[in-house]
Design a protein around this ligand. Sequence first.
Ligand SMILES: NC(=O)c1ccc[n+]([C@@H]2O[C@H](COP(=O)([O-])OP(=O)(O)OC[C@H]3O[C@@H](n4cnc5c(N)ncnc54)[C@H](OP(=O)(O)O)[C@@H]3O)[C@@H](O)[C@H]2O)c1
Length: 329
Amino acid sequence: MQRRVFVIGATGTIGRAAVRALLRHGHEVVCLVRPQAGVGGALAPEDCARLLPGATLRVGDVGDAASLARDGFRGEQFDVLVSCLASRTGAPKDAWAVDHRAQVLALDAARQAGVKQVVLLSAICVQKPQLAFQHAKLAFEKHLVDSGLVYSIVRPTAFFKSLSGQVDRLKRGQAFLVFGDGRLTACKPISDDDLAEYLAGCIDDPSRHNRVLPIGGPGAALTPRQQGEQLFALLGRPPRFKQVPVALLDAIITVLGVLGRVLPSLADKAELARIGRYYATESMLVWDSGSGCYDAAATPSVGQDTLLDFQGRLLRGEAALERGDHAVF
Ligand SMILES: NC(=O)c1ccc[n+]([C@@H]2O[C@H](COP(=O)([O-])OP(=O)(O)OC[C@H]3O[C@@H](n4cnc5c(N)ncnc54)[C@H](OP(=O)(O)O)[C@@H]3O)[C@@H](O)[C@H]2O)c1
């Protein structure tokens, strides 16, 4: 059945893929975008229109209730809200403004427009919250669950873009950087399109309604060391790793944390270093609190795209990488 779907966060990596998937599923898609969208605000509305063919674009501010009503929903009726909205920096102020406040405002406006169902892109890491953006996301997840609307909260593992930042280093002949021995963590990489297909499928699949849904891509979980080995195999070179001690991140966090009490911009950098440390030491797999371990087998897999195929296409120049502000290496 065709629905009227209102999308926020449509200009992000997963948002763009989600719009494509929603259109493939036959839905009517309306997106609220910023006047200057994309990484660094590089996209004007006409650029967004080229990125989101087939969708209706409206320009406004998701962080402003009046703009949401006037520019976004415009007094019209909608069936579903799909949110791929997320702070681009993860810095505490931005995270609470975007991952919580703007989401709450959009949910309120959506309800007034008749929306009965919400599909929310969240993140698997909120299961073990330590960082400001994780607390902000969890607070909105709770708000959504308490709203009484039909919800699907999708918590994916790592995206291809976040695991491919070292492709250029390796092309230049440099070593693959790993924290510790490169086996501290693991994840089940998921492609933008496989995740987007899963998000779009939430609308009509009752087994995904009123559920929190951790999700990974196909195949076995991969450690950073295995990801590096795969990349060297693609390049036809023997693997070469450089080990970075996690203690280095601890030292950076301590120094920036102390200086950040005087200079707020350094406090944000300290939080970014904490985000880096989190991903260096925590797996993007379902956490089993009973055993105190991450559980790859308990992390569901969907889709067909593999990180290996994607990185092969990156190396051949057939795919591009847009990494944004979250990059560690
Ligand atoms: N990277 C990973 O490996 C990974 C893994 C699991 C889960 N996740 C989660 O997946 C989610 C989305 O990731 P993504 O890579 O698709 O994000 P992204 O590319 O950074 O896109 C973020 C979207 O939110 C919008 N946005 C951010 N701040 C805004 C603001 N102040 N006002 C209006 N719009 C704003 C952006 O719009 P503009 O274009 O206007 O900036 C963009 O559309 C995040 O919640 C992340 O935590 C990521």
